[in-house]
Structure formats: C-alpha cells, structure tokens
Design a protein. Structure first.
Length: 439
C-alpha cells in the first residue's frame, strides 16, 4: 500500500501530524520504535511533572502551618510516587494509541529507516517490510547530550534524565550538572523531597535564556532554602562520585548530567543531501531542501518544546495539503514554562533583546495570589514596544503563572497594543488579573 504520508517518530510532532492528515482523509503510516508519545510523554514533560506534583504536595504539607493547618509526622512513599508516575504515563500513551486507531492511522512498532527517495516517493523499511509514501515527515526527536568530561563513561554514579525518572528510590544526595530548565526542575523535585542538591552551571547564571530579574528571585529563594548553586563553574573531571570543578570539588551519591539535548538523526542517514545545521534545516512551513521531505519537533534544532513540535507538525501537514492560507509559526509568541516552585512562565522578547518600556509589578497586586502564596512576592514584567505600544514580551514568576501565560502569548501573537489589552476582562479573583494590573 502506498501512503500519502509516512512519519518517523510518534512524539508530539508525529502523532499530531498523523491525526491531522488522517482527519483530512489521507492514508498515513507512523513508525515508532519505543512508546507512542515520544520523550515528552515517556521520559520528559509528563513524568517529571507527575513527580513534581507529588513533591509539591509533600512540600506544602510540611509548610502547612503558614496557612493555619497543623500537619504532623508527614511522610512520603517514593515507590508509590514512582508507581503513580508510571500509571499516568500508561494512561496517556493508551489515549494516543486510541486516538490514532480512531483516525485509522497505521502505527508500526519498530526501528524504521529511509532506504530511498525520489521526488515522487519515499521508501521506508521497518521489521523487514517496505512502505512507500508520497511525503515524509521526520519527527525523530532528540537525545540527551553527553559532554566529553573525563570520568562520565561507565560511571555507576552518573545519571541522565531518563535514568533519574527510572529510579525507584531517591539518591542520598545529588549533584546536577547543568542549571537549565531540566536541571532546575530536577533540583526542585529532589530538594522538596529532602535530598541535598548542588547545581553546577558553566554560565554566569542558571536559566540563562530567561529574563534574569525573574531568575534572580528563584535563585535567591532556592539558595536560602539550602540548594547549593554554583555558577561560572565548569566541570573538569568526574571521579566516581566526586565532581571536580573550577570552583572546588563536591561529592554526591548520584550525578545528574543535564546539559541539553541534540537532534536524533537515526533512520534518515540515507538522505545524505538533507540540509543540516544544528538540526534539520526547514523553511517557514517545515519543508526541507528535499521536495517531499518535511521535519518537525526537536530534530529541527529550533525550540525543543512539545507544544512547538505539535504546532510545527500542524504547519507541515497544512503545507502538504496545500491548505489556504498557509500559516507560519511566530516563534516570538511561543510560551515557555519552568516547573520550579514557584513557577516561571514567559513569552516573547526579553529585556536584553529589545529597546522597550518595562512595566513591572509584584504578583502580590493580585488578591488571589496573596491568598494562596503566603510569604511569596513574585513578579510580572510586561515589555511594551516604544514605537507601536504593542506588547512584545511577558515574564512572570509565581504560582500558577503557567496556567495563564497563554493569555500573554495570545497578546504577543496578535500584536495587541496596551489600550487593546486593557479592554480584556479577566475574572476576579484570579492571579491572571496581574496581566492587566501591570499595565
């Protein structure tokens, strides 16, 4: 059977593309060598957030006296926390499979490889069978990057994020190499469950790509709570459980290497003329330099977030279907969240990227925030273009800013001016009202 679309990878990009093309009446085959859902669902976004939620429940219980609640001898069972994480993942994987089955998309489990391509068709081999398709969408995702630090290889003390999520017991102590999003989320998890944590970051600051005024609030809180954060510090060598750095040595039961991810090009090696530059090069509609080959998600090396992958997949399939109007992705309007405690959420340009007016307010200008975040101050920053008066960036720290950053994303995406956004009515009392108060 010849398909309209063959998809390599069943993560957020892959299953979103499969569903969209199938709903349009096209024959689709999707190849996945592991579990549907990709890194995000199986060893990324969902399992980490499930574990973090359990950790937050324990943390809140041990600090319940701030709210007039007396909770004594609060304990946790990490095996049960782990088992719940597994259950959540299984349930969501099953949901994706059911959705693809309902759309009559063919799902093939196994390692797939492109064996030939012309402008008319792509031939893929999997499990000894060959499949032909008019179009190919590469959604092979990314893999953990292992830096060339002496002592990492074959070291039983070393974890990557997948190892950490697979562990059914907590480490006695942990050093996290890398203070980016993944590193700081794991730092939050272990800290809230009582594990001594040290974070080592080579850059001058943790979370270097985010608004630094917001990041400083998180860093100050975490350092006061006992997380050891070493910035401007490079790891030069690892000797079993000892980490040797340019800023002294530290030891731990486990060492989590969390210094980023790299595009996974497995299965497309035969496409030697495929343009690549820190990821597969694509145009505004996710088309590569090859006529019938598209790419979406982490493999493009753009913004490695699940919601970006899903949107890229929608754009790619829309281009294949020649849907009018063709839509581009506005990457400046992509929201991002760091699930620390408190959360950080942002969208658009940062203060360092643009000359703008800056409006800022503590989150305590929201009554709901004061009621639910005892002892916290938080911050909301809104960046306004000096010439057009449009909203070009929003940066927040404070729970639960992840739940309403989409409203800020909408304002940036649509180019709302300050007077236009001031006409939006927010429900009271909600923390989201801070987006209007800050103006």
């Amino acid at each position: 059977m010849k398909y309209f679309l063959a998809i390599l990878g069943g993560g957020p990009a892959g299953y979103t593309a499969a569903e969209k093309a199938s709903k349009a009446g096209k024959d689709v085959v999707l190849f996945e060598q592991n579990s549907l859902g990709g890194t995000c669902l199986n060893v990324g976004c969902i399992p980490t957030k499930t574990l973090l939620y359990s950790a937050k429940q324990y943390y809140n219980s041990t600090h319940a006296d701030k709210y007039g609640i007396k909770a004594e001898n609060v304990t946790f069972d990490y095996v049960k926390i782990f088992q719940r994480k597994q259950k959540v993942v299984r349930k969501l994987v099953a949901g994706i499979r059911a959705k693809l089955n309902n759309e009559h998309c063919a799902v093939v489990a196994g390692v797939a490889s492109v064996i030939s391509r012309t402008d008319e068709k792509v031939v893929i081999e999997c499990n000894g069978e060959q499949y032909e398709a008019e179009n190919l969408l590469i959604c092979t995702g990314s893999t953990n990057f292992v830096p060339p630090i002496p002592g990492i290889q074959d070291n039983p003390h070393i974890w990557d994020s997948t190892d950490a999520l697979a562990a059914q017991e907590l480490p006695k102590s942990i050093v996290i190499v890398g203070g980016g999003v993944i590193g700081m989320e794991f730092a939050t998890l272990y800290h809230e469950l009582g594990v001594p944590v040290t974070v080592i970051e080579a850059m001058p600051t943790i979370l270097p790509n985010l608004d630094q005024e917001v990041v400083a609030i998180l860093r100050d809180k975490y350092q006061k709570e006992g997380i050891n954060i070493l910035t401007d510090t490079k790891v030069t060598q690892i000797e079993q459980g000892k980490v040797i750095t340019t800023n002294g040595d530290c030891e731990a039961d486990k060492i989590l290497i969390s210094v980023g991810r790299r595009p996974n090009m497995q299965g497309v090696e035969v496409l030697s003329d495929l343009a690549y530059n820190k990821g597969i090069v694509v145009d505004d509609f996710m088309k590569t330099n090859l006529n019938n080959v598209y790419a979406a998600g982490d493999v493009t090396g753009k913004i490695m977030l699940a919601h970006v992958a899903s949107r890229q997949a929608e754009v790619a399939v829309g281009r294949m279907l020649k849907q009018i109007p063709l839509q581009r992705i506005n990457y400046n309007a992509i929201p991002s969240v760091v699930y620390t405690n408190p959360e950080i959420a942002s969208v658009g340009l940062t203060e360092a990227q643009t000359d703008c007016y800056i409006h800022r307010l503590p989150m305590t200008f929201s009554g709901r925030f004061v009621a639910e975040n005892e002892g916290e101050t938080g911050l909301c920053k809104m960046l306004i273009d000096k010439k057009t008066q449009t909203i070009v960036g929003v940066h927040m720290i404070g729970n639960p800013c992840s739940e309403f950053v989409a409203a800020a994303s909408f304002a940036v995406r649509m180019g709302y001016t300050v007077p236009e956004f001031q006409q939006v009515v927010f429900p009271h009392p909600t923390v989201s009202e801070i987006l209007k108060e800050v103006l």
